[in-house]
Write a protein that binds this ligand. Structure first.
Ligand code: SAM
Length: 645
């Protein structure tokens, strides 16, 4: 649901957030905006001394971030976004700009300079509207604004400062604190937009969209400066505006030199700086020619729309190639290698991963085009490669949010199943036997067909998804009235540890098949926590541990309604009135319009089924559980809380 009517206007547009900040993503997702995340490669290295006021620096950085993505996507992703959003948050105190601390001492320096004082938090935001034109040209229309919020810190003692720094929280945050988490304890007062301090001025952004989409109906109106850009601050600056349009010629990806960052003298510092172009008066004069049409035409698609549709289809057709390139790079250990040794060239990578040079060059270039690696060419030498922020966070085998285990599962299990999709659809059943030459028996109850390696691979896959989604599921509801929980089918306990971390009063029993519990030692807990315990058993056969709350994370979709009924009846018998079930699944839209992840997963034709909120709620209701809250987390899994009446 989008509370702001303007957000819903973006529903069918490709909106891209050029920022890896999870906080910005959360803010926009919670507002109902659907968008892709393409973190900008723009390095935040602008010379602060060149700007008259700190907010100008934040706005300029936001613009550069957004422009880098807007220019890269048509070349590398072969699609032109409709809108790219860039943002940069800085903290200023005593005339100094504070960005993210580089180490603990830098964090100490920043936080002690904020102690007992009022400081300003500025977020610069750039919105770029992109428009494919004829002749491989892309037009960009650029709007920007900034928001200022004043924050007053309490007097911070040395011990408080170091305790906060040692929590690790300051390290990826402007000014060295996060107001939405532990850092909130340092703050005495806030004057202005709170979300601006978190990282994104949502209210001002929605107003800006409103100006673009609701009040800009004719090109003459679009010319109005108030439509285009404004800024605001807690200090009530007078509004100013900026709107810029410029062209960028798209070249075919293979011929493009732009997919490489060149560090040769003349290019350094951005000889191609789009801002030079957009700020020139000649480009201002171009505005009326280049303004993006803000409504979609009906009836026969325009040539432009036809091209976009064609691209959509081609992206779908190429999707499997992209998946397999990711799986292969992951399996060969390319991301781990480049993390240990950034800056290797293709020959060196080939040698390390024991692959051909020709194949490695192709794989590395494909990964660059997918935004998984970045390449740099120094003075016409061979390109060297390093991980992008995206791959460092999700693709390393030892990253806290690693998807490595799930990638292996997709490659080794899901891929073979989907290569028999046509038979699966024709027969309406799983093609497990065709894909693996054996019947799809329960992996953990069967010691003949499935060896330890296969079981561990499955547990690894569950573990990685639980780790990336666990916090959002665990914090989806206020669970303070529950003291004990039982995570049925809780596998490695990854989800359970997130629950005890988020709820200091809660103890969780992980209940899973004995063979799974036996292998839990392969998955060391993220932290020591005696409130998580494990019990082996079969939830269809054995007595369920008593608990106030039963967690069912990714369990019910594995089973048909009859089996779900058996399980829910057993839980209902074990649960007291006022106790609950917390369900975590992909919740399908009621009209089956999405999300496509759930609908595509259903194609594996397992015995289970994906369901909507209403379908789950009805199943729960028939066993005496009333669904009281549903939470779309914006993460891979949603959550639903039902209470026993
Ligand atoms: N809840 C975990 C999560 O979200 O990461 C794991 C979900 S995984 C899809 C399903 C889990 O249910 C597996 O760990 C599996 O071993 C467990 N399971 C399947 N059948 C079971 C049974 N009859 N009794 C207990 N656990 C079972």
């Amino acid at each position: 649901m989008a509370l702001n009517p303007v957000i819903s206007k973006l529903a069918n547009k490709l909106v891209v957030l050029a920022s890896a900040s999870p906080r910005r993503q959360d803010i926009l997702r919670n507002a109902g905006l659907k968008f892709e995340v393409v973190p900008s490669w723009f390095k935040e290295t602008l010379d602060k001394g060149l700007f008259k006021a700190p907010h100008e620096y934040a706005v300029e950085t936001a613009k550069q971030k957004a422009l880098e993505v807007a220019r890269r996507m048509p070349l590398k992703h072969l699609k032109t976004p409709d809108m790219v959003i860039g943002a940069d948050t800085i903290v200023t105190v005593d005339g100094m700009i504070l960005e993210k601390p580089v180490d603990k001492h830098d964090a100490y320096r920043m936080l002690s300079s904020l102690s007992g004082k009022e400081h300003s938090v500025y977020t610069g935001v750039a919105i770029i509207l992109c428009h494919d034109k004829e002749n491989e040209e892309v037009d960009y229309q650029l709007m920007d604004f900034f928001e200022e919020t004043k924050v007053k810190f309490a007097d911070l003692s040395e011990s408080m400062l170091w305790e906060y720094i040692n929590s690790g929280e300051p390290m990826d945050k402007a000014g060295g604190y996060g107001i939405q988490a532990l850092g909130g304890m340092l703050v005495e007062s806030v004057h202005g937009d709170f979300l601006n301090v978190v990282g994104f001025p949502l209210n001002r952004f929605c107003k800006q969209l409103d100006l673009i989409y609701n009040q800009s109906t004719s090109s003459s109106e679009r010319e109005s400066p108030s439509v285009i850009s404004s800024h605001s601050s807690a200090a009530k600056h007078s509004p100013s505006s900026s709107k810029h349009t410029h062209h960028h010629h798209r070249k075919s990806p293979s011929a493009s030199p732009l997919h490489k960052v060149k560090r040769t003298g003349s290019d350094a510092g951005g000889g191609e700086s789009p801002l030079k172009t957009v700020n020139s008066s000649s480009n201002h004069a171009d505005v009326s020619d280049c303004t993006l049409p803000l409504t979609t035409s009906r009836g026969r698609p325009s040539e432009q729309e036809e091209k976009e549709d064609l691209k959509k289809i081609m992206d779908l057709m190429d999707g499997f190639k992209a998946s397999k390139a990711l799986f292969t790079a992951s399996k060969l250990g390319v991301f781990d290698l480049l993390q240990r040794k950034p800056g290797l060239d293709a020959e060196q990578v080939a040698q390390e991963v024991k692959a051909s040079v020709k194949g490695t060059v192709c794989l590395l270039e494909a990964c660059v085009s997918l935004g998984l690696l970045q390449s740099e060419e120094q003075n016409s030498q061979k390109p060297v490669y390093e991980n992008t922020d995206l791959s460092s966070r999700f693709l390393l085998s030892d990253a806290p949010l690693s998807l490595h285990g799930y990638i292996q599962h997709c490659d080794r299990t899901v891929w073979p199943l989907f290569s028999h999709l046509e038979s699966a659809v024709k027969e309406g059943s799983s093609q497990h036997d065709k894909a693996f030459g054996k019947k799809s028996k329960d992996m953990f109850q069967d010691t003949v067909y499935y060896n330890q390696e296969v079981k561990l691979r499955f547990m690894n896959a569950m573990h990685s998804i639980a780790r990336v989604t666990g916090r959002d599921v665990a914090t989806a509801f206020d669970l303070s009235s529950f003291k004990t929980a039982c995570d049925l089918g809780g596998c490695t306990g990854a989800m359970a540890y997130e629950f005890t971390k988020a709820h200091p009063e809660l103890s969780v029993t992980v209940f899973d098949l004995p063979a799974v519990v036996e292998m839990k030692e392969h998955f060391p807990p993220p932290h020591r926590d005696d409130r998580v315990t494990f019990v082996g058993g079969d939830f269809f056969e054995d007595e369920l541990p008593k608990a106030d709350l039963y967690i069912l994370a990714r369990i019910l979709h594995d089973w048909p309604d009859e089996r779900v009924d058996v399980l829910l009846k057993r839980i209902s018998d074990a649960c007291r009135p006022g106790g609950g079930i917390l369900l975590s699944e992909i919740l399908l839209d009621e009209d089956r319009g999405g999300p496509s992840r759930g609908l595509l997963q259903a194609l594996s034709m397992s015995v289970g089924k994906q369901r909507s909120t209403t379908e789950y709620s009805l199943l729960l209701k028939s066993h005496g559980f009333r669904t009281t809250q549903v939470r779309h987390t914006g993460n891979l899994l949603d959550a639903l809380l039902s209470i026993k009446e």
